[in-house]
Design a protein around this ligand. Structure first.
Ligand code: BTN
Length: 258
């Protein structure tokens, strides 16, 4: 999957760098990693805390031959890959069953452990006319962080805090892209998520849980039932089934983040 890699000790944002390199012609599979970001970008205009050395900050340039409206599914493909990679790297080295951790996905693409966010994904799309020029897939993973800024301390955690020991970041980076290659291939076969929808739903932390959908047209509450083949969250609001698209709204638990 990784065709070329650029590593920076410190950078503003690996997503920004990936966009610049892609605009200059970087090929599919170009990976940008950094030890620290001074202006890490999160979803919905938020920032992404990117302390030096503790987390993984990386972005990949993709040039998928798919229709524009299918690009949002890549973010769920990536979530699946990150979940599987964490699961594999941590649990294969777990000394006992008690050390095992259970990473899960908060729809559409946050990875949580014990209901706390440990990874976020930011997908950015660049068009050439009506076609996809490139996609930048940015992944942040809290790996060996021990403390968190006040504003996220209630909802964020790291693999180290939840698992109880430091993890090798390089090993995890390699595994994420190995897993991504597997799920990306399956995605390309059908141009949707049907080949691993069940795998995704098995680790969907919201499944059968009550969720609050923060729709700008009006919030509502319902039970999350799973996802469609194209990645919408299926929410049952007492008889009325709604399909939630990730671009438009966010979803919370009724008592907090999950
Ligand atoms: C989110 O808000 O959940 C998405 C966070 C994405 C953060 C990653 S860190 C690597 C890449 N570079 C950025 O500036 N953002 C993404």
């Amino acid at each position: 999957m990784i065709t070329k890699r650029y590593h920076f000790e410190s950078i503003d944002s690996t997503n920004k760098k990936a966009r610049e390199l892609a605009t200059e012609g970087a090929i599919h599979g170009t990976l940008i990693t950094a030890d620290a970001q001074i202006a890490g970008i999160g979803r919905r205009g938020r920032s992404w805390s990117s302390e030096r050395g503790t987390g993984i900050y990386m972005s990949m340039v993709l040039r998928p031959e798919i229709e524009t409206d299918k690009a949002s599914m890549l973010t769920l493909v990536a979530a699946m890959a990150v979940e599987k990679a964490i699961q594999k790297v941590c649990n294969e080295s777990a000394a006992t069953n008690e050390n095992r951790i259970e990473p899960m996905i908060k729809w559409p693409n946050d990875i949580v452990i014990n209901k706390k966010k440990i990874s976020g994904i930011l997908t950015e799309l660049a068009l050439h006319g009506t076609e996809i020029d490139f996609v930048v897939l940015g992944i942040g993973i809290n790996v060996n962080n021990k403390t968190f800024p006040d504003e996220i301390s209630q909802t964020a955690s790291s693999i180290c805090v939840e698992y109880g020991r430091d993890m090798d970041k390089e090993m995890l980076i390699t595994e994420v892209w190995k897993q991504f290659a597997v799920y990306y291939e399956r995605f390309l076969q059908t141009k949707d998520l049907s080949l691993f929808k069940e795998d995704y739903e098995k680790v969907l932390v919201n499944k059968e849980e009550t969720v609050k959908v923060l729709d700008p047209l009006g919030e509502y509450i319902g039970i999350a039932k799973g996802i469609t083949n194209t990645g919408e969250l299926i929410v049952d609001t007492e008889g009325d089934v709604r399909y939630v698209s990730s671009g438009e709204v966010s979803v919370r638990g009724i008592y907090g983040y999950v």
